[in-house]
Design a protein around this ligand. Structure first.
Ligand code: PLP
Length: 423
């Protein structure tokens, strides 16, 4: 094993600004040089089992040859072309395939390049939908405690401030409405009352269906979504599902909303959309929402257009990723992972300091009583050959759906033994 750090790391680190990182005190980042399947190879030759699939994106594992070939073929033809006034096959075919997958009602796709921006676009669509209908006072988005929707100013305003990511910006922008998810009758009544009091000000209800991810891997029953659909309909407001984390199989169905049997008016997708290969996001609107913009008045057009929207390489990767959901048994793999996560994390339940263990689809989370020392834990996991990044009180696994059972058992076993040793 080569223990010296590569030059590009030691020279470049003085010039890079890393995400969510106190640069003064943080360890140097692990120098990754290669990926394959569920593994990350480091410059010193160590190989890590990746427990989080690069922030929940690489659902088919890294370097899937079908995606690589599709991207290479597209690269040779046309890597990128502006989307204003020009169209291309990968984007339009992807739009059609996404709408087919999402099912009737969701049938207009607006492409962007990141999850946060796709949520911003969903919020803009909802607000402008109402102003185009002559109700410009509907400017509020009703979002939920425990929710996370991104780090841009628009999306920070719909995140729960208690998740503690955006305190430096408190007061920098007006917050939207935050409520408790209607997981019981009392909360449902409170939400209903809130909606009733200001129905003519609310543009949309925004929720992460089934699992609030970055807010703490909090899981709720599908009935909560059915209840939100009923309330949105009763109060005449739109319903937005943010499936950036949950979309593409992560919770066990292709989209989380399928488990509730209800459909949103707008859905946001990103992360696993390209199988973790290239940045791409989509905001998909219902016919009703789209028709709210259909007018002879140019001011009724949606005024948004990121330079790289509909990037052809990213769309080619997404099309190849969708192929893999058809040709390889992804959802069956997720079901098998769910069983292994339940078995593998169960011993954590009885450990002192563990508050809860939660599993849904290919998501397994251990919630601790106290916030652990993240840096120390990351170091311990690294030493054990596991790439696991705790946040808040949570240690979690969101593996690639193709992860071999023995690797997954190693990861769950590592979490259990590390927690047992530290409590
Ligand atoms: N919405 C949800 C539910 C997410 O989990 C995330 C990212 O974790 C985002 C939005 C923001 O996406 P991005 O980091 O691509 O901007």
């Amino acid at each position: 094993m080569n223990t010296s750090l590569p030059d590009w790391l030691t020279n470049g680190h003085a010039h890079i600004w890393l995400p969510y990182t106190q640069m003064k005190t943080a360890d140097l980042p692990a120098p990754a040089t290669r990926t394959q399947g569920s593994r990350i190879e480091l410059a010193d030759g160590r190989v890590l089992i990746d427990g989080i699939a690069s922030w929940w994106t690489a659902c088919h594992g890294y370097n899937h040859p079908h995606i690589a070939q599709a991207v290479q073929a597209q690269l040779a033809r046309m890597p990128h072309i502006m989307f204003g006034g020009l169209a291309h096959e990968p984007a339009l075919t992807l739009a059609r395939r996404l709408c087919t997958l999402l099912g009737p009602g969701l049938d207009r796709v607006f492409f962007t390049e990141s999850g946060s921006v796709s949520v911003e676009v969903a919020m803009k669509m909802a607000m402008q939908y109402w102003s185009n209908q002559g109700e410009p006072q509907r400017r509020r988005i009703l979002a939920f405690r425990g929710g996370y929707h991104g780090d841009t100013f628009g999306t920070m305003a719909v995140c729960d401030p208690d998740i503690g990511m955006h305190a430096a910006f408190d007061g920098a922008g007006a917050r939207h409405e935050l409520c408790e998810l209607p997981t019981d009758e009392a909360r449902a009544d409170a939400l209903e009352a809130r909606l009733h009091a200001q129905a003519d000000r609310i543009a949309a209800i925004l929720v992460e269906p089934l699992v609030q991810g970055a807010g703490g891997m909090r899981m709720h029953a599908p009935a909560v979504l059915a209840r939100l659909r009923e309330m949105a309909d009763r109060h005449g407001t739109l319903l937005i599902f943010d499936e950036i984390f949950t979309g593409f199989g992560r919770t066990g169905s292709m989209f989380a909303f399928e488990q509730a049997g209800v459909r949103p008016d707008i859905i946001t997708l990103s992360k696993a959309l390209t199988g973790g290969t290239l940045p791409l996001a989509a905001t998909v609107a219902s016919r009703r929402v789209f028709e709210g913009f259909w007018s002879d008045d140019p001011a009724h057009a949606l005024m948004h257009g990121p330079t790289y929207m509909g990037n052809a390489l990213a769309c080619a990767a997404a099309l190849a990723s969708l192929d893999l959901f058809e040709t390889e048994p992804r959802l069956a793999q997720v079901r098998a992972i769910e069983v292994l996560l339940r078995e593998g994390l169960a011993p954590c339940k009885t450990l002192p300091g563990v508050r809860d263990v939660r599993v849904m689809g290919a998501i397994g989370a251990v919630e601790l009583e106290r916030r652990p020392d993240h840096a120390a834990l990351r170091r311990t996991f690294l030493e054990a050959g596991a790439w696991i990044r705790p946040f808040g009180h949570i240690i979690y696994l969101t593996p690639a759906f193709v992860m071999p059972p023995e690797d997954l058992r190693r990861l769950t076993g590592t979490i259990c033994s590390v927690l047992a040793a530290s409590t």
